[in-house]
Design a protein around this ligand. Sequence first.
Ligand SMILES: NC(=O)c1ccc[n+]([C@@H]2O[C@H](COP(=O)([O-])OP(=O)(O)OC[C@H]3O[C@@H](n4cnc5c(N)ncnc54)[C@H](O)[C@@H]3O)[C@@H](O)[C@H]2O)c1
Ligand SMILES: N[C@H](CO)Cc1c[nH]c[nH+]1
Ligand SMILES: [Zn+2]
Length: 426
Amino acid sequence: MKKIIYPEKKDWMEILRRPALNTDTLRNTVKEVLDKVKMEGDKAVREYEERFDKVKLDSLGVTETEIAEAEKEVPIELKAAIMLAQKNIHTFHSSQRFEGKKVQTVPGVTCWQKAVAIEKVGLYIPGGTAPLFSTVLMLATPAQIAGCKEIVLCTPPDKEGKVHPAILYAAKLAGVNKIFKAGGVQAIAAMAYGTESVPKVYKIFGPGNQYVTAAKQQVSLRDVAIDMPAGPSEVEVLADETANPVFVAADLLSQAEHGVDSQAMLITTSEKLMKEVEYEVQRQLALLPRWEIAEKSLASSKLILVRDMDEAIALTNEYAPEHLIIETRDYMEQAERIVNAGSVFLGSLTPESAGDYASGTNHTLPTNGYAKAYSGVSLDSFIRKITFQEINGEGIQNIGPAIEVMAANEQLGAHKNAVTVRLKTV
Ligand SMILES: NC(=O)c1ccc[n+]([C@@H]2O[C@H](COP(=O)([O-])OP(=O)(O)OC[C@H]3O[C@@H](n4cnc5c(N)ncnc54)[C@H](O)[C@@H]3O)[C@@H](O)[C@H]2O)c1
Ligand SMILES: N[C@H](CO)Cc1c[nH]c[nH+]1
Ligand SMILES: [Zn+2]
């Protein structure tokens, strides 16, 4: 990890830069795959599965038999953990239910909103280097609570053409209707355009690598809605001298191990802590099964020593991390000053892994600085709020004249007339 001591404001942008693939290569690959799947459907998806996931597939759909087999393969201990996590995710997301209340803006004019589920949703579950069955719970649980009728899931299979059993188990538990073996850009294209076997959906959800994220952004320009850009994982730990370096290092590594383009940052006011964390990261790294991945992402990760907490907060809000862990003496006060972050973890006993799996919050979150403008996935992501209004005689008399004046001044006579003809009758 690169050490930065007392950064100057002019260097912030460079210091906070995320690692990124060459955008031309990325754009060209994504465009080629999207276009071919749009034209050739399943055939193209199968070809790309062979090219990128090294698997020959006869069909894309997961069968009922495969789902039943998977249920037998998942160990009891893991089933219990998945059920505990799902219960907490369900509890937290159920509490987000929207109650639209009727409001009289003036006598006779009543307005309200009603939450309506998006009918067809597509969930992308990453599977390139780790089978993220926890992401199934994070996406399908709120979709089910919202009442989405068709919940489609795509995930890359392994080289034998099998989907990880825990992904299938979690999908069944959380009410997914259709599961397909497809990963990367080809999966996003299949759900955006529809193919012979994969239904076209109205909104695509889910995290993924830079190819997946770029594909989602591309299809969202005209074909389908998306949740947000949820790309390579990132974490920032904001710590003072009271933080535990062993915990801090473990938290940094927990996100560094996701992928080579993940990023982990420590922003601290304590030089002593920075040195201890630097040592701990190397010590713990050597013990990790995915040390090779983590080592690569640590190369673009940083340990940043700042002058004071004000500077730490300003730098944090500029970085807008996907995950922010605050491990300071006064973490509640510091948390109040955060305006840009996806999900915040407070105090020394709140690891980021808790939000990844089982505290109940959603782990599908904006990355790459998009936390400045986007929220993570929540129940809201799966609904739309339709507005309604009802006006009676008193109401049209109350607001009609104002509408007539405004419409006339916008030179829209037909708008004005739609009110005038009614005012004559009341
Ligand atoms: N932001 C979030 O909320 C969040 C949550 C979970 C995971 N993540 C991130 O999701 C990512 C998962 O990545 P992953 O790679 O393990 O799985 P993935 O499923 O996102 O990507 C695998 C797919 O990428 C495609 N691909 C790989 N190399 C390619 C190439 N050269 N050209 C075209 N396509 C290619 C393949 O089709 C493959 O199926 C990680 O970066 C992780 O950090 C983010
Ligand atoms: N940290 C990831 C979101 O960036 C989510 C995840 C899934 N499994 C483990 N972690
Ligand atoms: Zn994680």
